[in-house]
Design a protein around this ligand. Structure first.
Ligand SMILES: Nc1ncnc2c1ncn2[C@@H]1O[C@H](COP(=O)(O)OP(=O)(O)OP(=O)(O)O)[C@@H](O)[C@H]1O
Ligand SMILES: [Mg+2]
Length: 426
């Protein structure tokens, strides 16, 4: 998808992504794809739509059309589904509408930084279920991360400043051994920040789920594991990012399986070797449940320091909203009000809100046959069902901060609860 897509196609794709089980959305997307000359893409969507709704007449008719190479509707005997709605014309009309202001009173200056790149998070997924260990070169820097100034400061002090100043490091005998463990509720930017650190260093970025490491084929897992670390060394400077670090502890206690045990031990040994004799490989980890992380991983030289990544503050939410609305046909959106009403939302929740609002406007357009701009009523409706997904995490974290804050390991969490007493959503 090198070419920028039309807003309509983009919106339809978002709708499919947010409601993948809705055959209706896929049919609408398929039709738009055919009209845009992408019959192959349409066939994929229609195949899925027919799996979901095998009797759907519009899906079957469109499939015929797509299979015949996406010929214009008139050359196919069957009537065109949704014949009353002409997507390309609607799209053209939309573009011609004298654009009303996209946002009502502009509360903040436009962000000076480009928005985050599309979810490269999934790059490590491999269809065979084995980690592909894709090497990324993130263009992202810490400036692209909205808010999270405490996290950025910690990363600067603990990681970036020593890295950039080898002379000072030598002077103070500061070793680069040991990794930082980012923790916090889901969807709040741990992976995003880790990628930004790599970008900031001009380093490559390799992201690996610990569960993937452990699930590598029995027997060859040790070899795979050392290949992973070798890859990081070859790519140096490289940020090696381990996600779901808590999975290691759970697995270790769950199993007495000796293959697993050797894999885990080898993992720990590899981790220890990084930084001691391999300048240029930097380890970061992330978890939602630091309290479940195997103590073996928290020893000095491993993930020995933690950084709390909290839900985006108001400034960050404004940036995330702008990013997710950047190519959507919106008018009169009151950003300040949305920022206020999304307190406690994770970055992922904010993104989801934008998708839901787009879906509402889109369904309206499908029903009425008339495309219209997205506006505040769509957001009002979407907000009715939207809840911060971080609630359960904070419930669990609260007990930890209150009752299990041994050695002050969760002081920043405790401080957060203190300063957010009685805030909604938490
Ligand atoms: N501070 C932020 N600034 C800009 N975008 C953000 C921020 N926080 C989250 N996002 C957006 O939310 C998305 C989800 O964030 P990310 O995947 O990094 O969450 P996570 O903390 O790693 O979640 P999980 O625990 O589920 O792995 C990001 O891709 C990004 O678009
Ligand atoms: Mg993540």
């Amino acid at each position: 998808m090198a070419d920028p897509e039309s807003p309509l196609l983009h919106a339809l794709r978002q709708a499919v992504r947010s409601a993948p089980e809705q055959a209706e959305f896929r049919v609408a997307l398929a039709e738009a794809l055919i009209n845009a000359g992408d019959a192959d893409g349409a066939i994929v969507e229609l195949g899925e739509a027919l799996r979901l709704a095998p009797d759907s007449v519009p899906a079957r008719q469109l499939m015929l059309r797509a299979l015949s190479g996406g010929t214009p509707a008139e050359s196919v005997p069957a009537e065109k589904p949704d014949a009353g709605f002409d997507w390309p014309t609607a799209e053209a009309e939309l573009r011609d509408v004298a654009p009303p202001p996209r946002f009502t009173p502009a509360p903040a200056p436009p962000p000076a930084v480009p928005a985050p790149p599309p979810a490269a998070d999934d790059a490590r997924e491999d269809p065979r279920g084995a980690p592909a260990h894709e090497v990324e070169r993130p263009a992202l820097t810490l400036a692209d991360v909205g808010g999270l100034s405490d996290v950025k400061d910690r990363l600067q002090a603990a990681f970036l400043a020593p890295l950039r100043n080898p002379e000072l490091r030598r002077l103070y005998g500061k070793s680069l051994r040991g990794g930082l463990l980012l923790y916090g509720p889901p969807g709040c930017g741990k992976t995003f920040v880790a990628r930004a650190v790599a970008g900031e260093l001009g380093a490559s970025f390799v992201s690996v789920g610990i569960a993937d490491v452990l699930d590598m084929w029995i027997g060859s897992s040790e070899r795979n594991l050392s290949e992973l670390f070798q890859l990081a060394r070859r790519q140096a400077p490289c940020v090696l990012f381990f996600d779901e670090v808590d999975a290691l502890g759970q697995r270790r206690s769950q199993t007495r399986n000796s293959t697993m045990r050797t894999t885990v031990n080898q993992f720990l040994a590899e981790l220890d070797s990084v930084g001691s004799d391999n300048e240029g490989v930097f380890v970061l980890g992330a978890t939602n449940a630091p309290w479940d992380v195997d103590p073996a991983l928290r020893r000095p030289g491993r993930f020995d320091r933690t950084v709390l990544v909290l839900p985006p503050d108001a400034e960050a939410r404004a940036e995330i909203l702008r990013y997710h609305l950047r190519d959507r046909p919106i008018a009169g959106v009151d950003l300040a009000s949305l920022v206020e009403r999304t307190d406690g939302f994770s970055g992922a929740d904010v993104a989801h809100l934008c998708e839901s609002a787009a879906e509402i406007a889109l369904m309206d357009a499908v029903r009425s046959g008339e495309a219209r701009l997205m506006g505040m009523p769509d957001f009002d409706a979407a907000l009715e069902d939207a809840r911060p997904s971080t609630g359960p995490w904070f419930d669990a974290a609260r007990s930890v901060a209150l009752f299990a804050n041994e050695g002050g390991a969760y002081d920043d969490l405790a401080a957060y609860f203190k300063s957010h007493k009685g805030t909604k959503g938490r």
